[in-house]
Design a protein around this ligand. Structure first.
Ligand SMILES: [Zn+2]
Ligand SMILES: [Zn+2]
Length: 157
């Protein structure tokens, strides 16, 4: 299950909608994100860790990242890498499903530990972007004209 937000800009009329968290499609999104990490799309370090840590996992949920410097934001997977903390859990999953799990957030928190954080960099100025809380996400500048808009949140799954 996830949350989203949307707005119609009061200044320029641009409509915007973003989906956050994880929905029904999560398992296939998870596989895609992990595949991209393993192929090096997000840097050599994540690539190496994701190919060498046994039963590695990733937080593939989407979040909003904000550059304080430029005032721009983007929706991106969280990309934090996890390794197993609870091997009994992993073994149970493998016995049951025949492969290592693609864990949801609650599972990551319960049975894994963080191996490597990922810092999202602003595509414009290169500085580190900050992950916004869902509260902060409800008021974002319009990507087109920069006007601040009160968005409305919705739930989806
Ligand atoms: Zn606008
Ligand atoms: Zn920036």
């Amino acid at each position: 299950m996830g949350a989203g937000f949307g707005f119609t800009c009061k200044k320029c009329g641009n409509e915007y909608q973003a989906f956050l968290g994880s929905g029904m499609m999560y398992p296939s999104i998870y596989e895609e994100v992990m595949g991209e990490i393993q192929s090096g799309k997000y840097g050599a370090e994540l690539q190496e860790l994701s190919n060498t840590i046994p039963y590695v996992a990733v937080d593939a949920e989407d979040a909003v990242y904000y550059c304080q410097n430029c005032g721009i934001w983007e929706v991106s997977p969280i990309f934090i890498l996890y390794g197993p903390r609870d091997m009994e859990y992993i073994q149970r999953e493998i016995e049951e499903f025949g492969h290592s799990p693609c864990p949801w957030k609650s599972t990551l928190k319960a049975h894994y530990r963080i191996i490597r954080r990922y810092y999202h960099k602003c595509g414009k100025c290169g500085r580190r972007m900050r992950q916004l809380s869902s509260h902060e996400t409800s008021s974002l500048p319009c990507p087109k004209c920069g006007e601040k808009n009160e968005g409305s949140m919705f739930r989806w799954d």
